[in-house]
Design a protein around this ligand. Structure first.
Ligand SMILES: Cc1cc2nc3c(=O)[nH]c(=O)nc-3n(C[C@H](O)[C@H](O)[C@H](O)COP(=O)(O)OP(=O)(O)OC[C@H]3O[C@@H](n4cnc5c(N)ncnc54)[C@H](O)[C@@H]3O)c2cc1C
Length: 498
């Protein structure tokens, strides 16, 4: 198999299904080898259903040793391997490429240890995000990063995407909450990465490198996460605005006042309406809805809530409501957390973008998204982690209408390009996958992309781990006419077509 670390080009080998089944049966039980059409269809896509392809085979190992054997076998026979968690990803990260074997971590679903003294949990990668918090609740502890998909997504997938959630503004992303990992590299070796049960370890920070690596650098087979004490109390304030720019100003003023909310989220009118119709949270209908959660001791909350209230009034909010108890707090969040499926009810299909911008650019970027919406003739519902400057425009389209998907893709690409031009990035938390691979050419220079390929080649010299995702080949960028070249020089003399 040809893998060119300079360009990221990869050629797939053509393997025979029956002989691979016969070989794998040596160490994988037959029920854990899926190869019939009826078994394979659930694995053809992730949450980004616009792109799908039925894999040739799915393997469900149950032990680390089996994972190692599969990876070694695939390396020997030049077969690409795609790690798969719960398949809730939104960037096509688990899309089966030509001739790949999908390695599902679904059977790695055990919580191995909860240590309330060390405040940590050691879990297998297929454990659901929310299951960790549920298991830690008996010790009054919880796992902070809370993607809206937390009921289903796996902790292994969270690491591979460096996922965030409503509470990441105060408590950080996955990378800030993981202490160590066990990872299988493409040689099939098991690596211990990070400080184990301690806070840190010497040497290069491979733990950070694995976060957001999208299955390209290794298969995560164990995760040690830190747990934190549940706050004494938490309260949400909900505020409605007639102008989205006023809501943006409120976000700016809350953050610059020195308060760090546990969550600071915004929805526009279309998203609010869809969420209200779906969960009946009793949301006021306005151009923008802001949800701000404060947590800590009761006196801390009261003190900060007074300040937040004043800021909301000064920013012309016409309807301010404070949650009166935990069930009302949960109801206020229910609409926001269900915003994606709610939008799914008002359109045959939607395409979820995930750009980040400096917070100050929020009003301008929202205006631009609205312009693009008119230009492409497609509606857009905006949901965002406002405190983090992380936008999720949901572009509504109909895959059955000729050209609609292409329009949605181009619309999404324009939004992400605009985010980069405003000093932001093409992804905040959903990863690059196949979806944003072309926009990587806009975000990075050729020399930076080359470094990514060189790091990948160091950890996966044969290039078998999730090829064709996350990092575009330099040729691809050149063909798109999007190759940025530093100082008029090419980054490496071996890049053929330059
Ligand atoms: C309704 C909805 C809401 C969402 N809300 C959020 C949100 O608020 N915040 C957020 O960050 N994301 C959100 N997501 C996106 C998604 O849930 C996250 O990206 C999540 O971390 C994916 O986890 P998963 O187990 O489903 O991974 P998968 O989709 O199975 O895989 C995702 C990527 O991780 C890799 N991978 C998975 N497991 C492993 C492993 N063990 N070792 C190595 N690589 C692996 C895969 O190869 C792939 O590249 C949402 C998705 C949906 C559908």
């Amino acid at each position: 198999m040809a893998f060119d670390p300079h360009t990221g080009q990869f050629e797939f080998s053509n393997w025979d299904l029956q002989s691979v089944i016969a070989d794998l049966l040596e160490f994988i039980p037959a029920p854990n080898l899926l190869h019939k059409a009826s078994q394979l269809s659930p694995y053809e896509c992730d949450g980004l259903s616009a792109y799908h392809k039925v894999p040739k085979m799915v393997v469900l190992p149950e032990t680390i040793k089996q994972c190692q054997q599969i990876v070694k076998y695939c390396k020997k026979h030049s077969i690409p391997v795609i790690a798969r968690g719960a398949g809730t990803g939104l960037s096509g990260g688990v899309l089966p490429v030509e001739q790949a074997i999908v390695l599902s971590l679904a059977k790695f679903n055990r919580i191995q240890k909860i240590d309330p003294l060390q405040r940590l949990a050691i879990v297998q990668p297929g454990v659901r995000n929310l299951a960790i918090t549920e298991a830690a609740a008996q010790y009054n502890l919880y796992y902070a990063p809370d993607p809206s998909s937390q009921i289903a997504c796996s902790i292994g997938g969270n690491v591979a995407e460096n996922s965030g959630g409503v509470h990441s503004l105060k408590y950080g992303l996955t990378v800030n909450n993981v202490l160590s990992l066990k990872v299988i590299n493409s040689d099939g070796d098991l690596l211990d990465i990070g400080g184990g049960e301690c806070m840190d370890s010497p040497g290069f920070d491979l733990l950070a490198l694995m976060h957001g690596s999208e299955g390209l650098l290794g298969i995560i087979v164990e995760v040690t996460v830190q747990l934190i004490p549940k706050p004494e109390s938490a309260q949400v304030v909900l505020a409605a605005f007639n102008k989205i720019t006023d809501a943006g100003a409120a976000v700016r003023d809350i953050i610059s006042s020195g308060i760090i909310p546990a969550g600071l989220e915004m929805m526009d009118k279309l998203a609010t309406q869809a969420a209200e119709d779906f969960v009946h949270a009793n949301y006021p209908l306005a151009e923008a809805l802001l949800l701000c959660e404060l947590d800590g001791s009761q006196s801390e909350i009261e003190q900060q809530m007074e300040k937040v209230n004043q800021i909301l009034k000064n920013s012309h909010s016409h309807d301010i409501r404070l949650s009166q108890n935990d069930s009302e707090r949960a109801l206020f969040w229910a609409g926001r957390k269900a915003a994606f499926p709610a939008v799914g009810r008002i359109s045959p299909d939607y395409y979820c973008m995930d750009g980040t911008i400096p917070r100050k650019a929020l009003p301008e970027v929202l205006g631009k998204i609205s312009d693009f919406s008119k230009q492409y003739g497609l509606r857009v519902a905006n949901v965002f982690h406002a405190g983090d400057g992380n936008l999720h425009p949901l572009i509504l389209y109909d895959a059955n209408k000729t050209g609609d998907l292409q329009k949605a893709e181009q619309f999404g690409a324009d939004i992400l390009k605009h985010c980069v031009d405003k000093g932001g990035t093409i992804t905040g938390e959903h990863g690059v996958g196949v979806e944003k691979i072309d926009q990587m050419c806009h975000q990075f220079h050729s020399s930076e992309l080359l470094k990514f390929h060189q790091i990948k080649a160091l950890l996966d010299e044969s290039g078998i781990l999730n090829p064709g995702k996350a990092i575009p080949s330099l040729h691809r960028c050149a063909e798109l006419g999007a190759m940025h070249v530093h100082n008029g020089k090419l980054p490496h003399p071996d890049i053929p077509r330059f």
